[in-house]
Ligand binder design. Structure first.
Ligand SMILES: Nc1ncnc2c1ncn2[C@@H]1O[C@H](COP(=O)(O)OP(=O)(O)OP(=O)(O)O)[C@@H](O)[C@H]1O
Length: 261
C-alpha cells in the first residue's frame, strides 16, 4: 500500500531563513495525525507542502503516491482537502453557506456560472447536516459566528471527497462550547473508517479529539518527536518541544497540559 504522505528530508528556505529543516514524516492509510509545536515551529508551512501548495527547497515530498515536482498539482489538489484561516479569508462574505460548500466541487470560491449536478447539491446538503449547520444553508457566510464558519469550512473541505484532509487550527477563536462541539465532530469524523486520512494542526493538547492516533511534534522547523499519541504526549517530550516544564495528563480520551509549579 502506498503511503498517503511521504516526506523525506524536506527543507524549506526563504532567503536566509530555514523554515523546515530536513523533515521526514510518513502518514499511512487510516491514520489521524495531530501536529503540535510552538508559534513559528513550521506547522502551517508543513501543511503547505502536504497540500501541494509549496515545493521543498530540498528533499522529496510524495503526496498520495505522487512526487511533488513531477505531478500536475492541479490534478492532485482536489484529492487533498485543506481548511485554514487563510482560505476562509478568501470566501466572499456575500456567498451563501450552501454555495460555499458547493463551489468546492469546482475548486473555486464565489458562484458564477457553473452548473451543479444534483449529486453535488445533495452531497453539500449532507455535509452541512453532518456538521450541524444545515439550518444555515441560506445565510451569508459573512454573517456566521466563528464556530459556525469553522464547521462550514470543514464541510467545504470534504466536498471533493478527498483522500487526505488537512485542518489548520480549526478550533482557533472558538469559545469553550464551540470548541467542545468541534472536537466532538472531529472525533466522529476520525472514528469513521470511510473518512479521509486526517492531519490536524493545533496549539493545545486539550483540542486533540478522541480517535486521533498519532502526534508530530515540531520544534524550530525540525521533527522533535513523532509516533502514536500516548508515546509522544509525555510531560518530558512536550516540555522539550515547548521549552517549558509541562505536566501532561490524560483524562479518559482527552489530554491536558499545564506548566509545572
Ligand atoms: N516567506 C517567508 N520568509 C521568511 N520567513 C518565513 C516565511 N514564511 C514563514 N516564515 C517564518 O517561518 C516560520 C514558520 O512559520 P509557520 O507559519 O509555518 O509556523 P507555525 O508553526 O504555523 O506558527 P504559528 O503557530 O504561529 O501559526 C516563522 O518563523 C515564520 O515567520
Amino acid at each position: 500500500m502506498t503511503d498517503v504522505l511521504d516526506l523525506q528530508a524536506v527543507t524549506i528556505r526563504r532567503g536566509l531563513t530555514t523554515i523546515l529543516d530536513e523533515v521526514s514524516w510518513t502518514v499511512r492509510e487510516g491514520e489521524r495525525w495531530v501536529v503540535l509545536g510552538r508559534n513559528g515551529a513550521g506547522k502551517t508551512t508543513l501543511l503547505q507542502v502536504a497540500s501541494g501548495r509549496m515545493h521543498p527547497t530540498a528533499g522529496t515530498a510524495e503526496l498520495l503516491g505522487e512526487r511533488l515536482g513531477s505531478v500536475d498539482v492541479f490534478e492532485l489538489r482536489p484529492r487533498i482537502g485543506l481548511s485554514s484561516a487563510a482560505l476562509a479569508d478568501r470566501i466572499p462574505s456575500g456567498e451563501t453557506v450552501r454555495d460555499v460548500v458547493l463551489t468546492a466541487a469546482y475548486g473555486v470560491t464565489g458562484r458564477w456560472r457553473e452548473t451543479y449536478e444534483e449529486l453535488d447539491e445533495s452531497r453539500a446538503a449532507d455535509l452541512l447536516r453532518a456538521f450541524g449547520v444545515a439550518h444555515l444553508a441560506d445565510r451569508y457566510f459573512g454573517t456566521l459566528s466563528e464556530g459556525e464558519r469553522k464547521r462550514v469550512q470543514i464541510a467545504r473541505s470534504l466536498m471533493t471527497d478527498p483522500e487526505l484532509l488537512l485542518l489548520d487550527e480549526p478550533a482557533a477563536g472558538l469559545d469553550l462550547g464551540g470548541r467542545e462541539e468541534l472536537v466532538a465532530a472531529l472525533a466522529e469524523l476520525a472514528g469513521d473508517a470511510r473518512s479521509p486520512v486526517l492531519v490536524l494542526v493545533t496549539h493545545h493538547v486539550e483540542e486533540i479529539p478522541p480517535n486521533f492516533t498519532h502526534v508530530l511534534l515540531l520544534k524550530d522547523g525540525r521533527v522533535h518527536a513523532a509516533g502514536p499519541v500516548a508515546e509522544v504526549l509525555t510531560s518530558e517530550t512536550l516540555s522539550g518541544a515547548f521549552d517549558v516544564e509541562l505536566v501532561v495528563d490524560r483524562a479518559g480520551e482527552r489530554w491536558t497540559a499545564r506548566a509545572e509549579r
